[in-house]
Unconditional design. Structure first.
Length: 94
């Protein structure tokens, strides 16, 4: 259960992104209500970029004991290093 609280804290960072970049860019996501290390689940993240173009990166920090694999990457380069997950676009898709 503690792992869930940490996951929720990191997931809430996505919504801070909205506050920093205004209404033109929105980030939303969904995840299960609870998760334990080693349990497999799907977390969906949706980014609406508006008129934003060029380089972009989404960085997430996973709680200890969690890992990630990329599903749909929408043209991004997916990398995971330790508990840091990065999706990087050299040029955002239209």
């Amino acid at each position: 259960m503690t792992q869930y609280a940490v996951l929720l804290l990191h997931f809430s960072g996505l919504f801070l992104f909205n506050a920093l970049f205004g209404p033109d860019v929105t980030v939303s996501g969904s995840a299960p209500a609870t998760a334990d290390p080693g349990q497999e689940f799907t977390m969906d993240i949706t980014i609406k970029k508006g008129s934003t173009y060029g380089f972009a990166q989404l960085k997430l920090e996973l709680p200890a004991g969690f890992s990630a694999t990329a599903g749909e990457k929408s043209g991004s380069d997916f990398k995971i290093s330790g508990t840091t997950v990065r999706f990087t676009w050299t040029s955002l898709p239209s």
